[in-house]
Design a protein around this ligand. Structure first.
Ligand SMILES: [Zn+2]
Length: 250
C-alpha cells in the first residue's frame, strides 16, 4: 500500500468527512471538546474548541486554524500544525515551563465569510474568559519560515511594479474588530518572507491560494511538527501590537 500522509489524507476529504476526522482525532487524544454548531445564510457549520489547556482566571490566547479551506497550504497545513501543537501541549501538560492558558479552535465557514469566527463571539463560552490575544494559523507548509500580519487591512503589497491593495479577509479580522490583538501567521520560503517584510512584495507562493494549484505535493509536511513546536514555545511572546508584517521565526 502506498503511504498516504496525514496532510494528503485530510486534503482529499469533504467538509463533512473533515468534521468526522477531527472529532476522531480529538477523541483519540481524549481531549475535552466543545462543539459550536451554527447555521448562517444557509451555511451549516461546526467550530471545534479544545478546552484542555484553558486555565481559569488567566489571560488566554486563542489559537485557531480554519478547516474549510480546500487547499493544501490554505489550510490543511494550518489544521495539521494546530493538531501538532495540541500534541506538544499534551506532552508537556503540567510542566511549569509551558504554563500558559490557551484555547485551540478549529473554525468552520472561513471561506464563506468568516462565519465560524463570527459565531464564536455569539456563544456564552467566552463570557468569563479574558482573551489576551488571537493567532490565526493560515497558509502553512510551504517554506520553513513563519511570518505574520498584525493588521492585514493596512498593508499594501507590490506585485510586479503595481501596488496591490492587499485585502484578504481572514479570521483575525473578526478579532481585530473586537479590539483583540490578533496575528494572522503563515509560512513562506525565507527569501520570500524577507522580501515581503523589507520591500512589501507579494510572495510568489501566494499565487496558488484559492486555485487548483494549492496541492499537497508542494507542502514540506515533515517540517510541520517542528513549526508547531516552535509556535507552541513562542506563542505568548509574539508581537501582536505592530501594525505591519512581522517575522515570527523559523
Ligand atoms: Zn485561509
Amino acid at each position: 500500500m502506498k503511504y498516504k500522509s496525514e496532510l494528503q489524507h485530510f486534503y482529499f476529504l469533504t467538509i463533512e468527512e473533515r468534521r468526522k476526522f477531527l472529532k476522531k482525532a480529538f477523541g483519540k487524544q481524549k481531549l475535552n471538546l466543545c462543539t459550536q454548531r451554527f447555521k448562517i445564510n444557509g451555511y451549516y457549520g461546526e467550530n471545534f474548541i479544545i478546552l484542555d489547556f484553558y486555565k481559569k482566571n488567566n489571560p488566554t490566547i486563542i489559537i485557531s486554524a480554519h478547516y474549510d479551506g480546500f487547499g493544501a497550504y490554505d489550510n490543511a497545513g494550518g489544521v495539521l500544525t494546530l493538531l501538532w501543537l495540541i500534541r506538544w501541549a499534551k506532552l508537556t501538560k503540567g510542566n511549569k515551563n509551558y504554563d500558559l492558558s490557551f484555547l485551540s479552535v478549529f473554525f468552520d465557514g472561513e471561506e464563506s465569510g468568516l462565519l465560524g469566527a463570527k459565531h464564536f463571539f455569539q456563544t456564552p463560552l467566552l463570557r468569563n474568559i479574558s482573551i489576551y490575544s488571537h493567532i490565526s494559523v493560515d497558509g502553512f507548509g510551504i517554506g520553513t519560515h513563519i511570518g505574520g500580519f498584525a493588521n492585514m487591512n493596512e498593508v499594501k503589497l507590490k506585485k510586479g511594479n503595481k501596488e496591490k491593495d492587499f485585502f484578504i479577509q481572514t479570521d483575525d479580522d473578526i478579532f481585530q474588530k473586537k479590539k483583540i490583538p490578533s496575528l494572522c501567521i503563515f509560512t513562506l520560503p525565507k527569501e520570500e518572507l524577507l522580501q515581503l517584510i523589507s520591500k512589501k512584495t507579494f510572495p510568489n507562493t501566494w499565487d496558488i491560494i484559492h486555485t487548483d494549484k494549492d496541492t499537497p505535493d508542494k507542502i514540506e509536511e515533515g517540517f510541520i511538527p517542528y513549526l508547531a513546536l516552535y509556535l507552541y514555545k513562542n506563542m505568548s511572546k509574539l508581537d501582536f501590537q505592530k501594525k505591519d508584517i512581522v517575522m515570527v521565526g523559523g
